[in-house]
Design a protein around this ligand. Structure first.
Ligand code: NAP
Length: 291
């Protein structure tokens, strides 16, 4: 299939994202990959060229680290100027930490990488996205999204639990997608979350040997794990339902908590407080929502 699109993507240097990025570029897309690791970025480009030397598609790298809001802001500024129209934003990068870690912004790392930085990307690139004739935002969530948003201690300071922190971030992704779907409707922007299944990737890199074994033996291949993401990339908005969560390429039910738009609004208001200075200085979707 021909995919004549400009795609901004995170999490394409490894795992299931790498497969989907290469596939999109193979189909003709220009995939702009935000990546933190120069060696892995170069390897991604080389692998694509080696596999598909005749493809009209392209992979370009923009250096950035989701661990740093300044870094995300600067990378997006650069992309914004260079590509006036962006057809798709894919927030696929994600982490699962097995110990408490803080970013350079003094924020719990999972919250920042899985939720705050992706939201900032959406905000920063929104004006360019709006100009596409079929604009789309895709977030990679997870089947691990049970539980509640821990508003009293969003960063799980003092009683860190890797699963609770991870599940909260992925529940947050689903809630934000459902909530933003309403505001984005008038701009014709479709927004989706997706679950790839349990996939044999580097996600559990900081886990103990037992969890690593479970990932290894029970996980599917990154190729299979990339299928729902690639499906969402390739399918026009008219054939998808904005705000929904997809698994195995179909709309899938999630936990009761993940449909609560009042919780979603409270969460968005809370997340915006972390991003305040960036939102103020740049027009975008979050400014629309605040006013
Ligand atoms: N694997 C599973 O079973 C599973 C299940 C459900 C959902 N998911 C979700 O699927 C998505 C992809 O994960 P994966 O399983 O493919 O894991 P992965 O192989 O570890 O890939 C994660 C990607 O995110 C990037 N990334 C992480 N932290 C970053 C940062 N601070 N700045 C920039 N990029 C960063 C990584 O870059 P580097 O290459 O530099 O590390 C890598 O490209 C994640 O959102 C994950 O939560 C995975």
């Amino acid at each position: 299939m021909e995919l004549d699109k400009i795609i901004f993507m995170t999490g394409a240097t490894s795992g299931l994202g790498k497969i989907s990025a290469i596939k999109a570029a193979r189909n003709g897309a220009l995939v702009i990959v935000l990546a933190r690791d120069k060696i892995k970025s170069q390897a991604l480009k080389t692998e694509f060229k080696k596999q598909y030397p005749d493809s009209s598609g392209k992979i370009e790298i923009i250096e950035g680290n989701l661990n740093s809001l300044d870094s995300v802001y600067s990378a997006c500024k650069e992309v914004k100027l260079k590509y006036p129209v962006i057809d798709m934003i894919i927030n696929n990068a994600g982490i699962m930490n097995f110990e408490y870690r803080q970013t350079v912004d003094d924020i719990e790392e999972t919250l920042q990488v899985n939720l705050l930085s992706p939201l900032l990307i959406c905000h920063m690139l929104f004006e360019n996205l709006k100009k596409s004739n079929d604009p789309k935002i895709i977030f990679t969530s997870s089947g691990l999204h049970q539980g509640k948003i821990n508003f009293d201690n969003l960063e799980f300071k003092n009683f860190f639990s890797s699963f609770k922190v991870y599940r909260q971030s992925k529940l947050g992704v689903i809630l934000i997608c459902r909530l933003l779907a309403k505001s984005l409707e008038k701009h014709r922007v479709g927004i989706y979350s997706q679950h790839p299944g349990m996939v044999r990737t580097n996600l559990g890199r900081s886990a103990g040997w037992f969890s690593k074994m479970i990932f290894y033996f029970m996980g599917k291949s990154p190729d299979k794990g990339s299928q729902t993401l690639s499906y969402l990339i390739e399918t026009p908005n008219s054939k998808l339902k904005s705000g929904e969560y997809y698994a195995d390429k179909i709309i899938t039910k999630t936990t009761i908590e993940s449909y609560d738009l009042e919780v979603a609004k409270k969460l968005l208001r809370t997340l915006i407080t972390y991003l305040d200075q960036y939102i103020k200085s740049e027009s975008g979707i979050l400014k629309d929502i605040i006013h």
